[in-house]
Design a protein around this ligand. Structure first.
Ligand code: KIV
Length: 269
């Protein structure tokens, strides 16, 4: 994306119109948010994947609004250019537009984020409309939606077969008409994601959805190679976990040997 001082909602649509691909990474704290912002990442997602990446849960389901507010404030506070999106966690918006609006207003007031994201298609179109009418930009999320993992039977590709493709397209159109400013497509066959990208006027951001989307998002720990394993669709652009472990081992060795701290890292009388 050509470089605005600060990425705002109209830049997202302009990027799609110009055919410029958008970049998005998750971030959950001020340290990584500042690094990704300085790297020129266009959008930072304070994802509810914080549950399984940072908080020690096995799914996103236990994540609370308080968890998201704390992380959202840290990320938005450390960011000067990127467009910051905060996930509404499971149970904080599904009951209806009133619940979604109350949660989103709290998130926007207490974090300084630019937008919220939540999962679902036609079933949450009224929520998208209510927030949009209240001036809150919403990013949609279709395909594999981790908050519904129990119903979907775990992380599985969605949108295979004519009926599923039609449902996905209908969902995309419904939430686009309701006002979403961008749309995450997770674990969707590449040709299906490309078709959705063609039929909606807002940028699609793919994760495991092929190269035909208007942008890409990855969970940063997968992108950076923090753990031993990353999902098939998540290329490891570094081996940061191994580098961090080597640094910790070097520190421990020098402390045990008595070579750290040396004179250069001590104060004179
Ligand atoms: O929570 C998250 O990290 C997400 C991405 C997988 C898109 O929603």
């Amino acid at each position: 994306m050509t470089t605005p001082k600060r990425v705002r909602v109209h830049h997202l649509r302009e990027a799609k119109e110009r055919g410029e691909r958008l970049t998005m990474l998750t971030a959950y704290d001020a340290v990584t948010a500042a690094i990704f912002d300085a790297a020129g990442i266009d959008m930072l997602l304070v994802g509810d994947s914080i549950g399984n990446t940072m908080l020690g849960h096995t799914t996103t389901l236990p994540v609370t609004v308080d968890d998201m507010v704390r992380a959202g404030r840290a990320v938005a506070g450390a960011t000067t250019r990127a467009f910051v999106v905060v996930d509404l966690p499971f149970g904080s918006y599904e009951a209806g537009p009133e619940q979604a609006l109350a949660t989103a207003v709290r998130v926007m007031k207490e974090t300084g984020a630019d937008a919220v994201k939540f999962e679902g298609g036609q079933r949450v179109a009224a929520q998208v409309r209510a927030l949009t009418d209240a001036g809150i930009p919403v990013v949609g999320h279709l395909g594999y939606t981790p908050q519904s993992e129990n119903l979907l039977g775990g992380p599985r590709v969605q949108g295979r077969g004519d009926e599923a493709v039609e449902r996905l397209c209908d969902d995309a159109v419904a939430i686009t008409e309701a006002g979403v400013v961008a749309l995450v497509l997770e674990m969707v066959p590449a040709p299906v994601a490309a078709r959705v990208t063609e039929i909606v006027g807002v940028p699609t951001i793919g994760i495991g959805a092929g190269a035909g989307c208007d942008g890409q998002v990855l969970v940063w720990v997968d992108m950076a190679g923090m753990g031993d394993w990353s999902p098939r669709f998540a290329k490891r652009f570094g081996e940061v976990g191994a580098a961090l472990r080597a640094a910790a081992e070097g520190y421990a060795r020098e402390v045990r040997e008595g070579t750290f701290p040396d004179a250069a890292h001590s104060f004179e009388a």
